[in-house]
Design a protein. Structure first.
Length: 613
């Protein structure tokens, strides 16, 4: 199913969807009016969040106009510069915006005898911007969106734009542009009037605050056969309204259907109409919550495998309602830390959609789009988590994708995450395709620059080696493997051993061989390891003066690694291939962690390595 078709279907399932001609917008204050148009009292704030950073609550209001650089007022609501002629910036434009707002409503509300619309018309006829300060209205209201309500309807939350007469007015204004030509809608397949312009999409991180578009045409090079704007890709007005309304709802600041992955604003939704028939309509919300947990909070390998087993297991269906109830029980068990206790054949019932959007001037770029069975997506994620297993484990045993991406950024600042990497990696995880090789090269570059090989970076490299290079856990092990004969892995272990010998011989060093030689050792070992081998002989001699047994054990460890490097076959190659360069930090991490583990626990050396505690 296409992106627009899936969103249009999602609109039909929204519990409190806006009617045609309306959309959800943040409204910070409501102005209550008496029937004669005078303000009843101070404006009523509509905000959520903390007192330091309040956010306007969404409200279904008439569809906003598309603004570029011109002046275009909205009907029955707008920001204070239009509705009241008050803004923090001031200037001549503010007066022009307010004049346009008054003119629009003088024309559209003339002759209307509805009490609410009459009160709004009278208010605008008498209002002057100077009254804002004279009436003591709050300064926090400036530049926020405002709507209006009749005081007698305030407790019923019947705003002026929701009155029957107002809805009829909105429908009439929407049709005033003239009859649009009809065509077969690319979304619904039905013949209907085609939308010339699609409503703006707001909430994409980094995009224009006024909104952007997925479907738009503004240059001759984008058009064909003499068509103009939306006629080049015929989407009916109803379908355009439906897909943009659903997408704006998912992108809202308080939405539970979005998460930020790098520069990609990622939204997701479930189509559980088959499995959720007659069962209360909250199955999709349950699955969306589970998916958000996967991406936003992370999940351990055991939990992910258990979830995959639960979702994809064989199950003899009794009926759709009963299955939906069993699924909810299983989800509750997962959240209680008991995954896999119930097996469900969910894959054949629920479709899941994931859409990644990134800013591109006045348009939006689709970074990735996934439409698949929910169970299949969960299985792929579980396989990814399994590939990421490493010992010792990271401090955060179930890191989110965002936390992993931070390890690819310069100075570990989120704004420095490579722009396309986040979307490409998430798409690969959920679609079951090879990971982007930019993940591998970025990690290698960062480790050479930072001289920092930690658990998360090593885990990501291990996952890339297994997925892209076909390595098994024998070749790219979870924990220290003394029997691994991969050259990159052995050289990483050897480098960690040389570093340990240096620090034991010269305690308190400000800079070790890792700070000076890690980059060259991990790419061109021949240039470095001969030098390190000569230096280790002097350091071992110094260690032997204090602890001969310690020196002997370290020499034995060096010998065991060198034997596997096969000295008769050039143990230090001129350069390492890409996969071996990725194995180098994995071996380094495992060996160094083993040194720390034995030092902290005081355990005896293993028979294979004979490493001193």
């Amino acid at each position: 199913m296409t992106i627009l078709a899936s969103l249009a279907r999602a609109y039909e399932r929204l519990p409190d969807k806006s009617p045609p001609g309306y959309s959800s917008q943040p409204i910070g204050y409501v102005i209550s009016l008496n029937p004669d148009g005078t303000p009843a009292h101070l404006p009523i704030p509509r905000q959520q969040g903390s007192a330091r950073k309040p956010a306007a609550l969404p409200m279904s209001v008439p569809q906003p106009v598309k603004r570029t650089s011109g002046i275009a007022p909205n009907l029955l609501w707008d920001k204070t510069s239009y509705a009241l002629g008050v803004t923090a910036a001031g200037g001549r434009r503010t007066a022009e915006e307010h004049a346009a707002f008054r003119k629009l409503h003088a024309e559209k509300l003339a002759g209307n005898d509805d009490a609410g619309l009459t009160a709004l018309r009278l208010f605008l006829e008498r209002w002057t911007p100077g009254q804002f300060e004279a009436l003591g209205w709050p300064k926090e209201m400036i530049d926020q969106n405002v709507a209006f309500v009749l005081e007698s309807d305030r407790l019923r939350h019947l705003f002026i734009h929701d009155r029957p007469a107002a809805r009829a007015l909105v429908a009439r204004v929407s049709s005033e542009g003239g009859a649009r030509p009809e065509a077969v809608c690319l979304v619904t397949g039905e013949r209907a009037p085609v939308a010339r312009l699609h409503p703006s999409i707001k909430g994409v991180w980094g995009a224009q605050t006024a909104g952007a578009s997925i479907v738009s045409f503004n240059l001759d090079a984008f058009t064909s056969y003499g068509h103009e704007q939306g006629d080049n890709a015929p989407v009916s007005e109803a379908a355009a309204f439906a897909y943009t309304t659903a997408l704006n709802r998912f992108l809202a600041r308080d939405s539970r259907n979005r998460i930020q992955i790098g520069d990609a604003s990622t939204v997701f939704w479930a189509d559980a109409s088959a499995a959720d028939a007659g069962s209360g309509g909250d199955l999709a919300a349950e699955l969306e919550g589970m998916f958000r947990t996967l991406l936003g909070e992370g999940m351990s390998a055991e939990e992910a495998r258990g979830m995959a087993e639960m979702v994809l297991g064989d199950f003899s269906r009794v009926d759709e309602v009963g299955e939906a109830e069993k699924l909810r029980a299983a989800l509750r068990q997962i959240r209680a830390g008991r995954p896999g206790e119930i097996r469900l054949g969910l894959a054949e019932h629920v479709r899941f959609h994931v859409l990644g959007l990134a800013p591109n001037a006045a348009r939006l770029s689709v970074r990735f789009w996934l439409d698949d069975e929910f169970g299949v997506i969960v299985r792929r994620y579980a396989e990814h988590v399994d590939r990421m297993r490493i010992e010792p484990k990271p401090r955060d045993e179930s890191p989110s994708i965002w936390r992993c991406l931070v390890e690819t950024a310069t100075l570990r600042k989120t704004e420095n995450i490579p722009p396309n990497l986040a979307g490409d990696w998430l798409r690969a995880i959920l679609a079951g395709t090879p990971y982007p090789l930019t993940l591998l090269t970025t990690l290698l570059m960062r480790m050479r620059a930072d001289k920092d090989v930690n658990a998360l970076r090593a885990a990501m490299l291990k996952a890339v080696l297994m997925r892209n290079f076909g390595m098994t856990e024998k070749e790219a092990p979870v924990g220290l493997d003394p029997d691994n004969d991969q050259p990159g892995y052995l050289l990483g272990r050897l480098f960690a051993t040389y570093e340990r010998i240096q620090t034991d011989a010269l305690p308190g060093l400000n800079a070790t061989i890792r700070d000076k030689f890690y980059g060259a050792a991990s790419a061109t070992p021949r240039k470095v390891f001969t030098l390190l081998d000569r230096g280790s002989a002097n350091h071992l001699a110094k260690i032997a003066k204090d602890s001969k047994g310690r020196a002997v054990n370290l020499e034995k460890l060096l010998s065991s690694i060198m034997e596997r490097l096969r000295p008769d076959r050039d143990p230090f190659p001129a350069f390492l291939s890409t996969d071996q360069q990725a194995l180098f930090p994995l071996g380094y991490y495992h060996q160094k962690s083993e040194f720390f583990r034995r030092k902290e626990t005081g355990t005896a050396p293993s028979p294979v390595e004979e490493t001193a505690a």
